[in-house]
Every structure is written in structure tokens, then in C-alpha cells.
Design a protein around this ligand. Structure first.
Ligand code: RP5
Ligand code: MG
Ligand code: MG
Length: 276
């Protein structure tokens, strides 16, 4: 399978003409490529150094090499002091739309419910950047623990209810749901279309299975970060289809979640079939 295809793509509109083509076999840093000529791109929203972004000069950041990464610790730094993407070349240097040099940490809550026919559904948001359906995840704020990010991002993106009574109902349903901590599905690199040679996404994915009595109490409304929200059926068509049906590697994360959380229930119908 081709290595980090989305990290070499221009499917995020801001990256149009900002990537040099990188053939599959030249992705690994271990493959020498003296003529590699990536395009330097740091979006102006990042370059003007908002609070969530690093200084422009990576070599001036103390302790950069020892920043937390699920993939490479310590980070590998290039001679110019910039961290190197652990999955190889992307055709772009700089930070693109990402604030941090090196890993940029997100948290992704997969909220599942089971339909009576055994098919699982997930709360999905439609992203504004690529128009794809996605897990309603987001960036871990400075000093924030992942469990807090999971709930905060879910609420901001999928549960932005106008009606205070509905908001209260959602909030108590989420106390129960997120209070369990869910089950940890994945921690690591995300093949995100915003990745560059020097900045990339990493995420902690947690799955939460809604008890039947709570499903009805989970009203959804997309927040400003999302264009839409829905219960997305994780049926054979989606799971067996094109991975680009969901953003980045989200389809892979969903399959891992189903195997873990839904495993028993997913298997039981076929086990029954085998007996008849
Ligand atoms: C993906 O980007 C992560 O898996 C997460 O879903 C998302 C976080 O970025 P924003 O939603 O804040 O843009 O790599
Ligand atoms: Mg988000
Ligand atoms: Mg968000």
C-alpha cells in the first residue's frame, strides 16, 4: 500500500500547488534523493504566530527534540533544526496549516450506537476543509488532557444545541458516555492532508458505545467547525468501499473501533447463521 498518500495530496484547498510530487518509492527518508525540491509553505494564519502556533524559527525552540510523539521519540531533526516527518517526504516543507513544528496532537471520539439490525452508526461531521465526513475530533489544547479534548470537541462540533433544555439533556447523556473513558482504539500518526515534511498530525482515538436508552437523548447539531452532522451507518458499503469516504485515516480508525467495541455484537449474527 502506498505510504501516506493524503499527506502528499492537495485535497485540502490551501495546499493547491504547494506540493512537489513524491513518487511512492521516494517517500522514505532512507532513500537518498539529492534532487528533492519540496515547496516551502506555511499558511499566513500560522506564520503570523497566533497563540496556538510555534515561533517561525524551529531552531530557536528549546526542547523541541523531546516533545511528545507517539511515533518517534526523540524527534529526528534536520540540520536546519526542523523535525522530520516519521513517515517520510510529503513534497512540502514548513508547517502548512499546522501550528506546531513536529507532532500536532488531536483527539478523536468515535461515538457508536447499534441499530436493531446489528449495523453500527457513528456520529460523523462533515468537514468544511475537504467536504468529507469525519470523526468529530480536534486539537488538544495546551495542557489539556485527552479525555477533556474528546468531550469538548464532540460537543463543539456535533452538539452545539441552541435550545438550553436540549443542551442540558445532551450534557447529562455525555456525562454518562464520556465518564466511562471509552476504550482506547489508536494512538499515533494520522495521514492528514495538512501534513508536511516538518509538521504532522498525531491522534488518540477513543470509542464510546451508547447504551440503547441513551441514543434517543443524543440530539445533534453541528457547531461552527462543521458543515453538517449525522448518524453515519457503518454498513458494508461504507466499510468495504473507498477509504476516501471519510477524512484522512478515519475509516481505518472506525474499523479498529468496531473490532474492539462492537466485536461481540458484530460477530453474533453470523455465528447464528452458521448454526442454521
Ligand atoms: C485529523 O484532524 C484528526 O484525526 C482529527 O480528526 C482532526 C483534528 O483537526 P481539526 O478537526 O481541528 O482540523 O488529523
Ligand atoms: Mg475538528
Ligand atoms: Mg474543533
Amino acid at each position: 500500500k502506498a505510504p501516506h498518500v493524503r499527506s502528499r495530496s492537495e485535497i485540502n484547498g490551501a495546499y493547491q500547488k504547494q506540493r512537489a510530487p513524491v513518487p511512492d518509492e521516494r517517500v522514505p527518508w532512507s532513500v537518498a534523493w539529492p534532487a528533492y525540491a519540496p515547496i516551502e509553505f506555511t499558511h499566513e494564519s500560522v506564520a503570523k504566530q497566533p497563540v496556538w502556533a510555534d515561533p517561525v524559527d524551529a531552531s530557536r525552540i528549546a526542547g523541541l527534540r523531546d516533545r511528545l510523539s507517539y511515533e518517534s521519540s526523540p524527534l529526528t531533526l534536520a540540520p536546519n533544526g526542523r523535525p522530520l516527518n516519521p513517515f517520510g517526504r510529503t513534497g512540502t516543507t514548513g508547517r502548512g496549516l499546522l501550528g506546531k513544528w513536529g507532532p500536532n496532537h488531536a483527539a478523536d471520539p468515535i461515538v457508536l450506537r447499534a441499530r436493531p439490525d446489528g449495523v453500527f452508526e457513528m456520529v460523523a461531521i462533515k468537514r468544511r476543509d475537504t467536504g468529507q465526513w469525519a470523526i468529530p475530533g480536534g486539537m488538544v489544547d495546551a495542557g489539556e488532557v485527552v479525555s477533556v479534548t474528546l468531550r469538548r470537541e464532540f460537543t463543539e462540533e456535533a452538539g452545539a444545541l441552541d435550545d438550553p433544555r436540549e443542551q442540558a439533556a445532551l450534557s447529562s447523556a455525555l456525562d454518562v458516555l464520556f465518564g466511562s473513558g471509552g476504550s482506547s482504539v489508536y494512538c499515533g500518526y494520522v495521514d492528514d492532508p495538512r501534513n508536511t515534511d516538518n509538521a504532522w498530525m498525531e491522534t488518540a482515538v477513543h470509542a464510546f458505545l451508547l447504551p440503547a436508552d441513551l441514543s434517543a437523548k443524543l440530539p445533534l447539531q453541528s457547531g461552527s467547525d462543521a458543515a453538517d452532522v449525522r448518524w453515519l451507518p457503518l454498513d458494508e458499503q461504507l466499510l468495504g468501499g473507498d477509504a476516501s469516504a471519510l477524512y484522512a485515516d478515519h475509516l481505518r480508525f472506525v474499523m479498529l473501533a468496531l473490532r474492539q467495541v462492537g466485536g461481540e455484537r458484530v460477530r453474533s449474527p453470523s455465528a447464528e447463521n452458521a448454526r442454521t
